[in-house]
Design a protein around this ligand. Sequence first.
Ligand code: ATP
Ligand code: MG
Length: 415
Amino acid sequence: MIKAPTGTRDILPEDVKTWQRIEKTAGEIFTLYGYEEIRTPIFESTSLFQRSIGEATDIVEKEMYTFKDKGGRSLTLRPEGTAPVVRAYLEHQFPQRDQFQKFYYIGPMFRYERPQKGRFRQFHQVGIEVFGPNHPMIDVEVIAIQWRIFKELDVSDLKVKINSLGCEKCRPGYRKALIEHLKKNRERLCETCQRRLERNPLRVLDCKNPGCQQVVREGPKITDYLCNDCREHMKKVTDGLESLKIPYEVDPFLVRGLDYYTKTVFEFIHTALGAQNTVSAGGRYDNLVEELGGPEIPGIGFALGIERLVLILNEKGLPEEKKPLYFIPLGEEAIKEGIKIMEELRDSGIPVIWTGKVASIKAQLRQANKRGADRVLILGESEIENREIKLKDMKEGREEVIKWKDLKEHLRYYF
Ligand code: ATP
Ligand code: MG
């Protein structure tokens, strides 16, 4: 019997609900921040990834699905989403229209890796790319977006790690100090890292081998080598995170598996995921657009691994979706006032349903219950008189009386 290729998986109907929920939540949150979806091809010219990700990275050295098509072109199944989006941004002359752009994408990526829990050969990412701004508060916003996605899906036990990889001014100084340190400890490094040492020493920081990690931790910290500009940038990012009460940890040894990052890099770690515990990651890439043949335009982005988020949600269960309110008017006067109240609520995006049924409170409550309402709004004569409305929690039976003028503000808590 033919089976799905190693490292790929079918997403069966019973799992699709979780996937759709993640896609919907992420899409809505991206829209909230002004991001627009972009869809790029599944395969690209191989050189796009060689030039952007870096020749001496694991991805380009050994993980790419590269093939020649019948016309002899070298093509590669995309291993990540950033380079294709940059390519499209340049190809369609976005910089000439407006350098400031916010994109999001969703879809499969391909890497020839050793399959294991949370690691596949075809996996899926949702991600964003921002072009134009170099303001550190955009870095904060990009981190806040991820934070909001996890919050919305009720995922806790998350740790945000951040670091700065410096820029072309200060990174060489760190690189030199790192090479010196690694050379002194060469015999303690794994074979791959011994090879990486000269070609791409920062890659050693990302090695999962405990021996190599120990050597790295005894070595120089990039945060001690940052130039004033990069140091200030980092300070503004951490200050911004604090002002939003997003807990973070500076990890001076954090690097990413791709060479194009500058300044801010970050990872969202889920403490219960085991070995593959990074759910979402990214950073700033101020030179990438230029390196791919465009003008000097800074950028920043992240990619979130959907399979890993599905793992978390499967263990914890999906949070209940917010259900619309049901409006229960008692009498003609209540309907007349209620139609205005409902319109105002919908104006601020609060979903509220009136079935149109004119019936006793008992019958209307029964109907709302049958439709799975969490909360109902009850408007009777005495409430109208006091310009109030009753909010009833259907599960707990709790009732609150709220002034009309406070209703929107009050309901904002639930929606
Ligand atoms: P890792 O260190 O786990 O290999 P990475 O540094 O290669 O991750 P990125 O290229 O930054 O990861 O991708 C961002 C996110 O995409 C990761 O944090 C992870 O959630 C997900 N991801 C990356 N590679 C895979 C894979 N092979 N299978 C499943 N998810 C993946
Ligand atoms: Mg990887």
